[in-house]
Design a protein around this ligand. Structure first.
Ligand code: NAD
Ligand code: TYD
Length: 362
């Protein structure tokens, strides 16, 4: 079986669902269930005996030691993290705790477990660390996209904590020989995406008749990857990646934030038209994020050349699927938009407006 951390979050849940749809190998899903972890993401496999959910913190090395001894996983796929840049600006401590100390604790448990294995079990074991392109910092318009050899230059507490975790993972290979694999991927989108991130926030705010808050001038660029393509990439790296190597995973979809919001509004205008006007009328420019990275872009040629992976979705097909999923899953949205979510929206967006709407700025 495989051991997944953070499998109740956005990408982790998509990965677990995808994994069990592709093969019969059981999954231990270890997740603390922070505000971002949601068992409703896993409702469709609630009765599936191949899925064992354990609530726990990656900082708890003793619990990890016990679980590894009991279940003998052949691989660990590590998604668990604090993942939202804006939250890392308001409260960086949780990011250092989970992303740095938590990854360290998980590595320690993995090392002890792996060192106790013998023969094929030892040589076939893998620790796959899921990371981000944000560790490379920011690009200007004319720079080539990030490759696996781009120097690390993280700019936010989130990306700095992920960079630190990548370095720890690398060192466990170099020093102890732990068979690690690292993937650095671009911005994901798709079903079960928590509506604090750009795409689901815009879809849910648009439908609720609320402002669509675009930071700064909206000309920042992200390289969008449909989440199921990311899951396929991780499966492929787990299967055929070379221990010690890192693989950049991207969608070849560089878009400005404003163009993403426009495309979303246009899709909603088609699929669920308003009585009057367009969803674009709700766009509002708000104060920019401090230290906002201008552009991310991934050069995904290594994983394509060496492992034969490339994304199946274009931005247009992926975004249409995503909007359709949100239109069909009102209950899921209503459940996540409660409690802590409301506090977050108040902290991040109340009074955060440059009082200019889209038309005024354009
Ligand atoms: P998410 O915030 O949606 O989910 C994180 C999950 O980890 C949640 O289920 C949460 O409960 C769990 N978790 C948090 N702290 C934990 C702890 N201490 N112990 C155990 N579980 C804990 O995140 P996501 O968007 O699914 O991202 C998953 C991974 O992919 C992260 O490592 C993130 O850095 C990376 N990543 C995400 C993106 C993206 O666009 N979302 C892009 C690149 C890389
Ligand atoms: P986000 O989804 O938070 O991902 P990341 O910061 O990890 O790239 O944001 C994507 C882009 O959208 C980023 O440039 C910030 C911008 N953004 C807004 O303009 N408004 C918003 O309300 C949010 C959440 C993000």
């Amino acid at each position: 079986m495989i051991f997944v951390t953070g499998g109740a979050g956005f990408i982790g849940a998509n990965f677990v669902l995808d994994w069990l749809a592709q093969n019969d190998e059981p999954v231990i899903n270890y997740d603390k269930l922070t505000y971002a972890g949601n068992l409703n993401n896993l409702a469709s496999i609630k009765q599936d005996a191949r899925h064992i959910f354990v609530q726990g913190d990656i900082l708890d090395t003793d619990k990890l030691n016990q679980l590894f001894a009991q279940h003998k996983p052949r691989a660990i796929v590590h998604f668990a993290a604090e993942s939202h840049v804006d939250r890392s600006i308001h409260g960086p401590a949780a990011f250092v705790n989970t992303n740095v100390n938590g990854t360290f604790s998980l590595l320690e448990a993995a090392r002890a477990y792996w060192q106790g294995l013998t023969g094929d079990e030892r040589s076939n074991f893998r620790f796959l660390h899921v990371s981000t392109d944000e560790v490379y910092g920011t690009l200007s318009t004319d720079d080539p996209p990030f490759s696996e050899t781009t120097a690390y230059a993280p700019n936010s507490p989130y990306s700095a904590s992920k960079a630190a975790s990548d370095h720890l993972v690398r060192s466990y290979h170099h020093t102890y020989g732990l068979p690690v694999l690292t993937t650095n991927c671009s911005n994901n989108y798709g079903p079960y995406h928590f509506p604090e991130k750009l795409i689901p926030l815009m879809i849910t705010n648009a439908r609720a008749g609320k402002d669509l808050p675009v930071y700064g001038d909206g000309q920042q660029v992200r390289d969008w990857l449909y989440v199921s393509d990311h899951c396929t990439a991780i499966r492929r790296v787990l299967e055929a990646g070379k221990p010690g190597e890192t693989y950049n995973v991207g969608g070849w979809n560089e878009k400005t934030n404003l163009s993403v919001v426009h495309t979303l509004c246009d899709l909603l205008d088609q699929l669920q038209p308003k009585a009057n006007g367009s969803y674009r009328d709700q766009i509002k420019y708000v104060t920019d994020r401090p230290g906002h990275d201008r552009r991310y872009a991934i050069d995904a040629r290594k994983i394509e050349k060496e492992l034969g992976w490339k994304p199946a979705e274009t931005f247009e097909t992926g975004l249409r699927k995503t909007v359709a999923w949100y239109l069909a899953n009102d209950e899921w949205v209503a459940q996540v938009q409660s409690g802590d979510y409301l506090k977050w929206v108040d902290l991040q967006y109340s009074g955060n407006s440059s009082n200019k709407n889209a038309q005024e700025q354009a």
